[in-house]
Design a protein around this ligand. Structure first.
Ligand code: TEU
Ligand code: CA
Length: 551
């Protein structure tokens, strides 16, 4: 198996707005990141993925870009960027930038020009359609509620925005747009960046018929059959690979909402013609409510296991997996898949980390996950800032489809703000994130959960992640071993083996707070590589116990 460096890497995701504020304005910034690179190096990761740092009006916190080659003023200057990158490289850390090219901001000069007139040279940089019977061109809904079409009175046409109305979709059918994107990517590669995470890259090719979608929620049509994995998406990515990616030693990961196994075998094929890997979403969406993600229903491990094992088995030898439990769009992993109460938070955080990090693929750690940060459980809609939340509140609560209390309960479980509360550095005011007023409330549990406390406690979640990362560097079976699911009808234990030659790595994780029978380790001899308990009980797994044994 080729030892491409991105196969043995572990990647740490930073949401810059919430990581560290160096100048007291309450907003994280690049100098704040630079000041904390030693902490990241101590964890042992190889790559840092930064959520967008480009100029943006922050309608969607940087995922609405108004200048792809300038730094967001709240985050600092290009000099700050250059210094941060050189400090990363000095520490042997690589930098992955977030490439958001399915759409731009409506404040990008391209769009400002495009909307001026129908014959403007930039008109076809975006997707404009005439009204149909005086209304939107079709029934598509936006991911951020409401219609995916916005009427522009200047030219009396609609433009497409699969996300907020301030995020108009770029027209990838237009080869000039593709050239602009490839030139911009080359510019960043020439500055020395080491890769790209590609935002909703599975959506850049739309079915040109623009047919109505099915209105599952009775409100708007679902565009995903017509925008996910579209007719030319692989053509566009192979062009990107030929014109940019293949010219540099990069790591590339496509965020591929709606990706299937078969599509992933194209996007992330080991033949290297497109990307190194993709983020699939199937394990994130195993529970759906009447209105999509807005549900308090808890994920059941058997469903999660079925999805993860399918991806482990079916990409084997053909394509490469990414491995993640959370990011800036998802609730905190320990709250969603573990138990964030005081009794079991740390032991269950270690267990879910073990379950993920012993799998085949490249693991991603989201800022704060390594110290077991939890959901925020905000009590009022006024505490939330995320456009996805606020638009859904308007549509569902103010629209009379959901009770406010029920919607707030859903927000406590699955809102994106859960992951965006400021990084908890220590137990000083605002968790050491800022000396000013934080842009989003700090989680109230920062006195107990913070990096300083974690670094002072040899049994902390931090040092457990550090050890998991070290194991990945020490045992080829973790990188290259074939995945074999075990106990696949057991409701409590997630178990599997990794096999490489005569090496067998046995992994078992109790996803419950009860002691459960388990004879996997009876009569086997081998070296225990890691566990979240110092001692074990024969024939059982303790609450949230994880064990990894090299047989
Ligand atoms: O997310 C795309 C995406 O699919 C998410 O909107 C996800 O479906 C949703 O957040 C789950 O609730 C990417 C970025 O990661 C996200 O932060 C941006 O808001 C979005 O694209 C638009 O750029
Ligand atoms: Ca700042």
């Amino acid at each position: 198996m080729s030892k491409a460096w991105w196969k043995s890497s572990v990647i740490y995701q930073i949401y810059p707005r919430s990581f560290a504020d160096s100048n007291g304005d309450g907003i994280g910034d690049l100098n704040g990141i630079t000041e904390h690179l030693d902490y990241i190096k101590e964890l042992g990761v190889d790559v840092i993925w930064l959520s967008p740092i480009y100029q943006s009006p922050n309608d969607d916190n940087g995922y609405d870009i108004s200048d792809y080659q300038a730094i967001m003023k709240e985050f600092g200057t290009m000099e700050d960027f250059d210094r941060m990158l050189s400090e990363m490289h000095k520490r042997g850390l690589k930098l992955v930038m977030d490439l958001v090219v399915n759409h731009s901001s409506d404040e990008h000069r391209w769009f400002m020009e495009s909307r001026k007139s129908k014959d403007n040279p930039y008109r076809d940089y975006y997707i404009w359609k005439d009204p149909k019977d005086g209304k939107e061109p079709n029934n598509w809904g936006s991911c951020f509620s409401g219609s995916a079409w916005e009427f522009d009175p200047e030219t009396e046409m609609y433009y497409l925005h699969l996300f907020s109305k301030k995020q108009p979709d770029l027209n990838w059918e237009n080869e000039t747009v593709r050239k602009e994107v490839f030139d911009m990517m080359t510019w960043w590669c020439e500055k020395g960046v080491d890769g790209f995470r590609m935002d909703v890259i599975s959506m850049i090719s739309k079915d040109q018929a623009y047919l109505d979608g099915v209105a599952h929620d009775g409100l708007y049509g679902d565009p995903s059959p017509y925008v996910c994995n579209g007719p030319r998406v692989h053509e566009f990515l192979q062009e990107m690979n030929q014109k940019v990616l293949s010219k540099y030693d990069l790591i590339t990961v496509g965020e591929a909402a709606g990706v299937t196994i078969d599509e992933a075998k194209k996007y992330a094929n080991l033949d290297g013609r497109e990307l190194n890997m993709v983020f699939q979403f199937e394990h994130m969406g195993t529970v759906q409510g009447e209105y999509g993600k807005w549900t308090t229903e808890r994920v059941q491990m058997p469903k999660l296991r079925a999805v993860m094992n399918k991806w482990q088995n079916e990409l084997e030898g053909v394509a490469w997996n990414s491995l993640y439990w959370d990011n800036h769009d998802q609730p905190r992993a320990v709250s969603r898949f573990g138990n964030d109460g005081p009794m079991y938070r740390e032991v269950s955080a270690k267990m879910i980390a073990t379950c993920l990090h012993m799998m085949k693929g490249t693991p991603y750690i989201y800022q704060g996950e390594e110290i077991g940060m939890t959901n925020a459980y905000f009590k009022s809609i006024d505490d939330y800032q995320d456009i996805e939340v606020l638009n859904a509140y308007k549509e569902l609560v103010q629209g009379g489809f959901m009770e406010e209390e029920d919607f707030l309960d859903c927000l406590k479980a699955v809102s994106r703000d859960n992951a965006r509360t400021p990084m908890q550095w220590d137990d000083s005011e605002n968790a050491g994130f800022t000396t000013g007023t934080p842009w989003l409330k700090v989680n109230e549990n920062y006195h107990m959960i913070n990096a300083k406390a974690a670094l002072a406690d040899k049994n902390s979640v931090f040092y457990y992640y550090q050890k998991l990362i070290q194991l990945r560097k020490s045992y080829d079976v973790i990188i290259d071993g074939v995945f074999v699911g075990l106990l696949e009808d057991n409701d409590d234990i997630y178990a599997y083996e990794r096999r490489l030659g005569d090496q067998r790595l046995l992994v078992a994780c109790n996803f419950t707070g009860n002691e459960v029978p388990c004879d996997l380790f009876q009569g086997v001899s081998g070296e225990e590589l890691i566990s979240n308990y110092k001692c074990h009980k024969d024939g059982v797994l303790k609450p949230y116990e994880a064990r990894v044994v090299l047989l």
